[in-house]
Design a protein around this ligand. Structure first.
Ligand SMILES: CCCC[C@H](NC(=O)[C@H](Cc1ccccc1)NC(=O)N1CCOCC1)C(=O)N[C@@H](CC1CCCCC1)C(O)(O)C(F)(F)C(=O)NC
Length: 329
């Protein structure tokens, strides 16, 4: 089996949302596919009304295939300080024509105010490794792990785009979606993430600096978060760029034309065009803009978020020895 679903950007490409059908008859919610976590959780009929502001909710009592996972609970907190928790059902989940039964659907009984404020996000679909799923007392598998036995190939691909809809495919690699060839690189999944090491980077047309960057391929993080030394080197090239402590990041005049940023994968390279690195205006006047490359200070590793991933076609290979494939497009 295979599946293919659109990934639509929201708010300056801050997140990408995809339709997911849950239950019988189908209840379709817009979920953020997140390779940085492993819980499929949704706004639901159990979410306090005061916490629901525009989201579509999943109602398990209206699904003939829903079953309560009795005694199971979940609780997750994310790097940006948001969090959610609740109860667990199993139900049929369909993504882009690919149906999987008995998937753990985590029903939110609590969501932090950041989620309430995100009217277009109805939940998350975790695509990191099942080893970091938060359901207790019995950890649950991700949609991808549940789908694997029926997939033509144990892979999914992310083809995110700048300012327009991209795609997530399951079970196959669409060779027409990228240029040249895929370069694969080893994954360290010991912490539950798609972690890899990029052997070097370059700014603009400069030569490759062989400073390696170890980080996670994370569709759920908006920006490219790298070591401060790399951030300083990048913004040094931009005359009016400055660190704005009130924004906790580098900003520059929105009219600035930005140098590209290249990250190496194995012995090939992915070039992020400069325009991808102008994330969004920081003020309504639109005079200063927030950079798409910021520091990974305090995280413990780098994060290749959407700013980096949307410059590539990315294969998440979940075979016996997981690996990541990157190609330019
Ligand atoms: C350490 C820095 C990581 C920050 C990262 N969050 C982000 O990158 C959020 C995503 C977002 C976009 C739109 C609206 C709301 C949230 N964006 C964000 O903080 N910004 C602020 C800076 O400008 C860009 C947008 C994160 O927590 N990513 C989560 C998944 C998100 C959680 C919040 C909802 C959207 C998904 C993650 O799973 O990818 C994780 F790996 F970081 C994680 O925390 N795993 C446990």
């Amino acid at each position: 089996a295979t599946g293919s679903v659109v990934a639509t950007p929201a708010q300056y490409d801050a997140e990408y949302l995809s339709p997911v059908s849950i239950g019988t008859p189908a209840q379709t919610l817009m979920l953020d596919f997140d390779t940085g976590s492993s819980d499929l959780w949704v706004f639901s009929s159990e979410t306090p009304k005061s916490s629901v502001q525009g989201q579509t909710v999943y109602n398990p009592s209206k699904s003939s295939t829903a079953k309560k996972l009795s005694g199971a609970t979940w609780k997750i907190s994310y790097g940006d300080g948001s969090s959610s928790s609740g109860s667990v059902y199993t139900d049929k989940v369909t993504i882009g024509g690919l149906s999987v039964s008995n998937v753990a659907v985590e029903s939110a009984q609590k969501v932090s105010r950041e989620f309430t404020a995100e009217a277009d996000l109805d939940g998350l679909l975790g695509l990191a490794f099942s080893s970091i799923n938060t359901v207790q007392p019995t950890q649950q598998k991700t949609f991808f792990d549940m789908a694997k036995p029926s997939l033509d190939s144990a892979v999914f691909t992310a083809d995110l785009k700048y300012g327009k809809a991209g795609k997530y495919n399951f079970g196959y690699i669409d060779d027409s979606a990228y240029n040249g060839s895929l370069t694969y690189t080893a994954v360290d999944s010991s912490n539950g993430w798609w972690m890899f090491t990029s052997p070097g980077y370059a700014v603009g047309s400069g030569t490759l600096d062989s400073t390696s960057i170890t980080g996670i391929a994370d569709t759920g993080t908006t920006l490219l978060l790298v070591p401060s030394s790399v951030v300083t080197t990048y913004y040094k090239q931009i005359r009016n760029a400055r660190y704005d402590s009130s924004q906790a990041g580098y900003v520059f005049p929105c009219s600035t034309s930005l140098p590209s940023f290249t990250y190496a994968v194995g012995n090939s390279q992915i070039v992020i065009p400069g325009k991808y690195i102008n994330f969004a205006p920081v003020d309504s006047a639109g005079s200063s803009c927030f950079g798409g490359i910021q520091s990974d200070e305090g995280i413990g590793f780098s994060i290749f978020g959407d700013v980096a991933l949307k410059a590539a076609f990315v294969v998440f290979d979940g075979s016996q020895s997981p690996r990541l494939g990157f190609a330019s497009k």
